[in-house]
Design a protein around this ligand. Sequence first.
Ligand code: SAM
Length: 225
Amino acid sequence: MEHITEELVTQYIRKTLRPEQGRLTQMERLAEKEHIPIIQKEAGRFLSVLVAMLCPERILEMGTAIGYSAILMAKASEAQIISIERDEEMFCRAVENVSAYGFQNRICLLHGEAETEVRNLPGKFDFIFIDAAKGQSPVHFELALEKIAPGGVIVTDNVLYRGMVAQEGDVGHKHRTIVMRLREFLDMLCTDSRFDTAILPIGDGMAITRVKKQNEKEIISSAER
Ligand code: SAM
């Protein structure tokens, strides 16, 4: 299994959506040519619309690559964005792309490991986008929980891992560990009473988690007693 939706449907959505403009289009072409895993077009549009609806003031992204999704989020909002990338070459290319958009005052790029950098960040974020290494998503989510504001939203990309997470039977030795981790992760996201999660079959699978405010937890638990 390579895609989580019918290829025909995905292709239809991609050709129907309004294309991105200017340098973003160049970044898409370059990413395809060089096999840089930027967010898929339909998932990117969903992210933009979600950010535009939520109007977050502070966004944190783990996994910048060349800055494509950070630029999408900056265009869709007035948020201050911090994005973390561990690969030096990717980081330098992201710096260039962010400057070309004149977003250097809104997007702060950090070069380093998310595990280290996130812990050092002051304050809370209204919106966190986790898009670094799939196998590390559960760890990155725990970090995100420490930094998310009450009522904030955490989006985790690639949670269905080319559909293998839903596949019955053996997925093969190479993918077994990551698939097991992602299944446990999704179970946790869907059962923990601290948040509400929706799983969308878009791109490579996205989990949208809203962290409840303290008073919501109290109202719900008294109503369900
Ligand atoms: N969000 C980007 C976009 O859609 O334009 C794509 C990010 S790409 C899927 C994942 C990136 O995360 C890679 O460039 C990789 O180097 C980086 N990465 C992986 N693990 C990381 C970690 N632990 N800390 C920081 N960056 C990491």
